[in-house]
Ligand binder design. Sequence first.
Ligand SMILES: [Fe+2]
Length: 397
Amino acid sequence: MGAPKYFAWDYHTSVEVGSGCRTFAAQRFTEMGCRRVALITDKGLAEAGIVDQIKDIFEVQGSPALAGVYDRIEPDAVSRVINDCARWYRETAADGILALGGGSVLDSAKGVKLLLGMKATDIKELIPGNLGPYLKPLGKPLGIPHVAIPTTAGTGSEVSPIAVIYNEELRIKANILHPYIPADVALLDPDLTLGLSPKMTADTGFDALCHAVEGLASPGANCMIDALGFQSVSLILKNLPAAVRDGNNLEARSKMLVASNMAIMSFAMSGLFFPVHNIAHAVGGQLRISHGEANAVLLPVVLKEFSRYYIPRAEELARAFGVYKEGAPPESLLVEVVEAVRELQQKCGVKPVFDTKITGMGLENLFWAVKFDPAGIFYPLPDDIIKSCLGSCFEKQ
Ligand SMILES: [Fe+2]
């Protein structure tokens, strides 16, 4: 074995894990010197009483003050809403962001922080061509203390230097890469994920699994990525079915939050090779299918149809999924991996194809959407692979 190639690791966020750790939220803002915190969330969490739980923490502690609650975040981190939320933030004279929610809320809050930190008013201006790579030294500190509390276990958005922002005019999911958009502090409190439906639990869990697989399979993988990828796949295989079966299983919920957190870092540090996400973003953007569901259906399809991409890393994938057999050729190891993913789909109630029936012009439009999706800019998928994947993921007529 040779010496590992050069790689750098950047983990911006301080992560705390445990039942009840949300109660540290106000204290963490005090430690960062904040006086007025803006809580960014969505209506569902307000109606479920979770926003009130967080408000109570600030009331009990007394300071910093909660400057206000913005609960109008929409699914898919919509540009128009991000611009509106940044306007609201300025009016409240807040000096810190608390993001409470799933991937859409967490990504929207990152977009708001970017807008404020870069003193802009329209997020689309910061993502010309639907791709905003602000790598160091271009990406500078944004100067806004930021705590994130995820309420789903899937995106890992609380720690990733990536935000996916929906451009509603073009129906494209745009990407921002910035070293300072992750939260300063992430509080992974499984109590807040107990109310998730089995379907949301499964879909978001499969998003985390996709992150781990994209990281492990990447030509940019390294031993750090392998460590996080292996452990997150292993945690997901064991704990996702348990969390889907029994939503109140605190141990499974807790381990899924950790798995999601580790998986996104294996994905984000692996060098921008994202075949599954490339197709999922385009299909999700065009058909308004949730990110989790798109990944959940597409993962085994892409592994099978694009096997030539995964073969060089078939051994690592097979080891991660616990299906490695000494001396077996990589082709058969990959078949075993696909089987393991299909089995997990079944255990979690994930459908093998999208409900939508689509043919002719619909497929043609999707082909071009995948081809020009920003997630594929650094690693464009071959035309034959796009066609065979799209041909295998919808219900037949
Ligand atoms: Fe994802």
